[in-house]
Design a protein around this ligand. Structure first.
Ligand SMILES: [Fe+2]
Ligand SMILES: [Fe+2]
Length: 233
């Protein structure tokens, strides 16, 4: 039986600092979740599942905003960005369909939560290798490019974790049915604060050209195309 690595393997490092921190954090959350399932600690299990759920939206959105910036620089091709963002949607839908909603309805046994969550973590690890490395890895940007993208994400004021202002508002915008099921006790007080005025990359071209709306597209539309960042950094 495959077990989850506790540390992000070197081969999966993108050298994009917050992206690597996010990926490491996913491993920590899943290891904690599986440990809590083994101990039958119901409160911790729900807390981990809720925070993983919020983190998925935050992480994928941050990646898509970073890739939109990278696309504006010519580092990432539009088709590659669209394909990557479509996989994000599939990953979230799988989690919600097979884990989040059935768990909230009390339909999962401890054993099935364990197996599903371990398998899902492996899917995330596969995604990092198959997609994130292609769009964030050192083969895609040089160090200055990576620093510029990190600066852009920081200055966009998007939340970088489920514990930052606006995190809950982001999930409300992207998936109101999910927010309704999250246990309020799982959410950090700061996450309930309002989203600051965002300064997203000026990109009228949607990430997903078929109109489905990537997470970044939905946010951009929902904000009325808030703020246009100067790409000077
Ligand atoms: Fe990722
Ligand atoms: Fe990704």
């Amino acid at each position: 039986m495959t077990s989850i690595p506790k540390e992000l393997p070197d081969a999966l490092r993108t050298e994009h600092f917050f992206n690597d921190i996010h990926h490491q954090t996913f491993l920590i959350l899943f290891v904690s979740l599986l440990d809590a399932v083994r101990k039958e600690s119901a409160v911790v299990v729900e807390n981990c599942i809720d925070n993983i759920t919020v983190y998925l939206f935050i992480h994928f959105l941050d990646e898509e905003e970073g890739m939109t910036y990278a696309r504006s620089k010519g580092w990432v091709l539009p088709d590659a960005l669209a394909e990557h963002a479509a996989v994000h949607i599939n990953l979230v839908q799988w989690w919600n369909t097979h884990v989040f909603f059935p768990f909230k309805k009390g339909e999962l046994t401890c054993e099935s939560v364990f197996d599903l969550c371990r398998d899902y973590c492996m899917r995330i690890i596969d995604h990092i290798g198959a997609y994130d490395l292609k769009t964030y890895g050192p083969t895609v940007r040089d160090t200055d490019g990576s620093l510029g993208e990190n600066a852009h994400i920081s200055l966009s004021r998007l939340p970088l974790s489920p514990y930052m202002p606006g995190a809950l508002q982001i999930v409300t915008m992207l998936a109101p049915d999910v927010v309704a099921e999250i246990n309020p006790q799982s959410i950090a007080p700061a996450a309930r604060l309002r989203l600051p005025a965002l300064r997203l990359c000026a990109a009228n071209q949607p990430v997903l050209p078929d109109g489905r709306g990537s997470y970044r597209d939905i946010l951009y539309r929902g904000n009325g195309g808030i703020g246009v960042v100067s790409s000077a950094w």
